[in-house]
Design a protein around this ligand. Structure first.
Ligand code: NAD
Length: 420
């Protein structure tokens, strides 16, 4: 039993389980299969940082570059005490598949540093970020690997990376990262892009099942960049957001939450504790609330073989990367829950990151309407592409998304030829 637990909760194993299944259904060329099973490059760094008390601490950091067949590696950097190489590996490979699902010219990468950013001062975080960047100078760049924010990193982190890289290059290189502040080369609409992409695919699913937006109850786990933005946008669209959770707790109001009020409360108090306009429920109970759309938008391994059978949603829209374990997929499918898988559902972020990279390289910036309408087109087309593959092969939408992505990466790998 403990062995099964470890395997189920290893995100890289979860990714590989789906990859193998999709590869088999595609009858993937065995040589291409062998290549795509492995990341292209994994970098481990030991990063010395001077702490505010004058002592040094050495942090462990990673950057995994999973695949370059379709373009530079692309993917966020995460700061968390829970970072592991397997997690970063999984996240990097999901970026490869995600970029291929939405058909943008990037491969996949991801970075992570084992640290507790909530216990570090801004100065310590800046020094950590700059040294991490400097140690990665030979591996990142607009044509090589383009980082972005992820859990516990933000626009400020990206600004430090851009500045450090530019200092080494002796000129300003805005396209080395995405998710920067708008004033220094960021894109309008990037901050909201992942949440907005989630809204667009949820709208498509709701249309597909002839549901009414106003009657659609949405429960969202995570109130950060992804979950908090999705909650706000879905509320404005007319959805009934009935549940919202963050690390501090979970609140529920079956009649619909006052989302702007709750987000303002969270901003002020940094916790949902003490919020009086809704019921407080336990973490496990929260994911099992009766709703039409459940949106895990916090972290991995939230839906497992332990709780999948108790889900009460009709649509599972995966805002986080890897919120459902591979072993739970079959249970979710048996319950006829329509899954909008992570590599499609949360691809709005990397799509607008692609727009940011394009704008930086052109030196010409679009207005927000242009960004949002291009994002809409890509999200809707990708949703329809995944549904079409699911119908063609008679598979669930998760497998369909993997099949679509692997087929595209395999084709490009084959046409480039293998330099061996
Ligand atoms: P964030 O740091 O802005 O927010 C994370 C949120 O999740 C916070 O509200 C935190 O309190 C909450 N949280 C963390 N652990 C929790 C738990 N166990 N239970 C309940 N809430 C918990 O991070 P983010 O950028 O919103 O990223 C969230 C997820 O979305 C991650 O899986 C990330 O990889 C993925 N993602 C992010 C983006 C992006 O553009 N930021 C794009 C695609 C995917």
């Amino acid at each position: 039993m403990p062995i099964k637990q470890i395997k189920e909760e290893n995100p890289f194993e979860s990714m590989m389980q789906r990859f193998d299944e999709a590869a088999q259904l595609l009858d993937l060329d065995p040589n291409i299969y062998k290549i795509l099973r492995w990341p292209n490059r994994e970098i481990t760094l030991y990063i010395p940082v001077m702490m505010d008390d004058g002592n040094y601490q050495v942090f462990t950091g990673y950057r995994v570059q999973h695949n370059f067949a379709r373009g530079p590696a692309k993917g966020g950097i995460r700061y968390s005490p829970d970072v592991t190489l397997d997690e970063v590996r999984a996240l990097a490979s999901w970026m490869t598949w995600k970029c291929a699902v939405v058909n943008i010219p990037f491969g996949g990468g991801k970075g992570g540093v084992i640290c507790n950013p909530h216990e570090m001062s801004p100065g310590e975080l800046e020094r950590l970020t700059r040294r991490y960047t400097s140690d990665l100078m030979d591996f990142i760049g607009p044509e090589r690997d383009v980082p972005a924010p992820d859990m516990n990193t933000n626009e400020q982190t990206m600004a430090w990376i851009m500045d450090t890289y530019s200092m080494h290059m002796r000129h300003t290189v805005t396209a080395v990262v995405t998710g920067k502040p708008i004033e220094i080369g960021g894109s309008r609409g990037r901050r909201e892009a992942t949440g907005r992409g989630l809204l667009f695919v949820c709208n498509e699913a709701v249309k597909k099942f002839n549901m009414e937006v106003a009657q659609t109850r949405v429960v969202i786990q995570g109130a950060g960049n992804v979950g908090g933005t999705a909650a706000t946008l879905m509320h404005h669209e007319g959805y009934k957001v009935t549940g919202l959770a963050d690390i501090s707790g979970c609140v529920h109001n079956p009649n619909g939450l006052d989302v702007p009020g709750l987000i303002a409360y969270l901003k002020e108090h940094k916790t949902v504790e003490g919020y009086r306009e809704a019921d407080h429920v336990g973490r496990e109970e929260f994911l099992e609330l009766d709703c039409e759309i459940l949106m895990p938008a916090a972290t991995e391994n939230q839906i497992t073989t332990e709780n999948a059978d108790r889900l009460k949603c009709k649509i599972l829209a995966e805002g986080a990367n890897g919120p459902t374990t591979a072993d739970a997929d079959a249970i979710v499918a048996d319950k006829n829950i329509f899954v909008i898988p992570d590599i499609l559902a949360n691809a709005g972020g990397v799509t607008v990151s692609y727009f940011e990279w394009v704008q930086d390289r052109m030196g010409f910036f679009w207005n927000e309407n242009e960004v949002n309408s291009r994002l809409h087109e890509i999200m809707v087309n990708s949703f329809n592409d995944v549904v079409r593959v699911a119908e063609k092969y008679n598979v669930n939408t998760r497998l369909a998304a993997y099949m679509l992505a692997i087929d595209r990466v395999a084709y490009d790998t084959k046409i480039r030829g293998i330099y061996a």
